[in-house]
Write a new protein. Structure first.
Lengths: 155, 287
């Protein structure tokens, strides 16, 4: 029993390792990324969790989302994400989450899939130095999940 | 027109400005007047210096805090930072080191420090660099008292800085940015706009482009340092400038600089200059 769990867990870990597209290989066309980062369809409910979690996307620190009104304290740094799916298609949303600076030049929004090219990269929030490439802020699947949730935001 | 009518007019103008200003990123804080102990008038907003391109007006962090937090500063009996100032008063008079001297042996009372906080960080010809009040305190300890330097970020040095700062309360911050300090100032400016860490955020992203906006549950201020040392309600101690900088840099998921590093000295000079004209307000109270 325990053994099966272990094998499953290791399959999962190695599974993400080779299924995720490396950041360098992500094709941005006018900021949009047409191809899935993992090949596995996103799960909107998981995506919502990623968006509210301080440790993961932390999206509500900067954005308001009416559909997430149960989550306390939404920031006002970025625009409200209400109706995001009316303004952007799936490929554009994937591109914005993977690296918003490809769509909005000089954006304050963090690049959630980028792994190299930082100034004084740190080891998470420890203040200590870290060596690139860093693990991206979100995994490929977490980004797919967030995209799936954003696609539900229609007005 | 009497003073009250003018005040009412100003208030309603500010409300209008706020409501139509919603589209622009940076937002003016609500009007507010700070007078400490019913006596010391604090300038909490002033036209920003010409050499600061990104700001029209400079505002003290006090203006962005909730009224309950603001209230702590109205009277020194309610200001928890004053406990540390009292502790420093004792240290001021205490002999330490091989020369048998205290601060008081050379400087008499702490009132002799009036005006000091307003002009630091400042070029020091002997040291050949820009120094902070912490540096000057340690310089006295090591070269004049024969005592050991205090850790740059120690409670003792922050409290002593609080006592020295208090003597300049209400005076305008007036650090020099030209002459021999120019090079350090330029370096500080570069650091201010550098987008550090995995989140690629600069000081300006938060404190120039988005002051007045909520970042999750907190209203961003301009990150001014006229109020330092700051008593933070959530830490229950006085915080020094470099310690605050370190926390903000860490929050960008970056490798931080250390308190007392040349980088933070330069950044302190630059950030001070962004608030030239605001009153020295420390020890202030923030959440």
């Amino acid at each position: 029993m325990k053994r099966t769990t272990l094998i499953l867990a290791s399959m999962l870990i190695s599974g993400t390792a080779w299924a995720d597209t490396a950041y360098e290989a992500v094709a941005f066309v006018d900021g949009a990324v047409a191809e899935s980062l993992t090949g596995t369809p996103g799960d909107a409910a998981e995506g919502r969790k990623v968006m509210e979690s301080k440790a993961l996307g932390n999206c509500v620190t900067c954005h308001q989302v009416t559909a997430m009104a149960d989550v306390p304290f939404h920031g006002e740094i970025g625009p409200s994400l209400d109706g995001a799916a009316d303004r952007w298609d799936e490929a554009q949303l994937r591109g914005i989450i993977a690296n918003a600076k490809m769509t909005f030049e000089g954006s304050m929004m963090p690049s959630f899939y980028k792994t190299t090219g930082f100034i004084r990269p740190g080891d998470a929030f420890t203040g200590k130095a870290a060596t690139e490439p860093l693990a991206p802020l979100l995994t490929g699947q977490q980004i797919e999940d967030v995209v799936a949730y954003l696609l539900t935001l229609k007005e | 027109m009497n003073a009250n009518a003018i005040k009412a007019m100003l208030t309603s103008a500010a409300v209008v400005a706020l409501s139509c200003g919603a589209a622009v990123a940076e937002q003016e804080p609500a009007p507010g007047v700070l007078v400490i102990n019913g006596d010391i008038e604090i300038t909490t907003e002033v036209k920003a210096p010409d050499y600061i391109d990104g700001l029209d007006m400079a505002y003290s962090g006090w203006r962005f805090r909730a009224s309950e937090t603001q209230a702590f500063e109205l009277d020194d009996f309610d200001n928890p930072g004053m406990i540390f100032v009292e502790e420093a008063q004792v240290v001021w008079d205490t002999v330490d080191g091989s020369e048998g001297k205290s601060c008081a042996s050379c400087h008499d009372g702490p009132e002799s420090m009036k005006g000091v906080r307003a002009v630091y960080p400042k070029w020091n010809e002997a040291a050949g660099k820009v120094t902070t009040i912490e540096d000057e305190i340690n310089n006295c300890r090591t070269t004049r008292m024969g005592a050991e330097a205090w850790d740059y970020n120690s409670d003792t040095i922050r409290s002593m800085n609080g006592l020295i700062t208090l003597q300049s309360r209400g005076m305008p911050v007036n650090v020099a940015v030209d002459g021999p300090a120019k090079e350090t100032w330029e370096k500080g400016k570069e650091l201010y706009y550098a987008r550090t860490g995995q989140l690629e955020l600069s000081c300006a992203n938060c404190h120039e482009d988005h002051y007045g906006d909520l970042i999750r549950a907190e209203v961003l201020s301009q990150g001014q340092i006229n109020g330092f040392p700051v008593y933070r309600l959530k830490d229950s101690v006085l915080t020094g400038v470099h310690n605050r900088f370190k926390g903000c840099v860490r929050d960008t998921r970056a490798e931080t600089y250390s308190p007392g590093s040349d980088e933070f000295r330069a950044l302190e000079l630059y950030v001070s200059s962004r608030g030239n004209g605001l009153s020295v307000e420390g020890p202030s109270v923030r959440n």
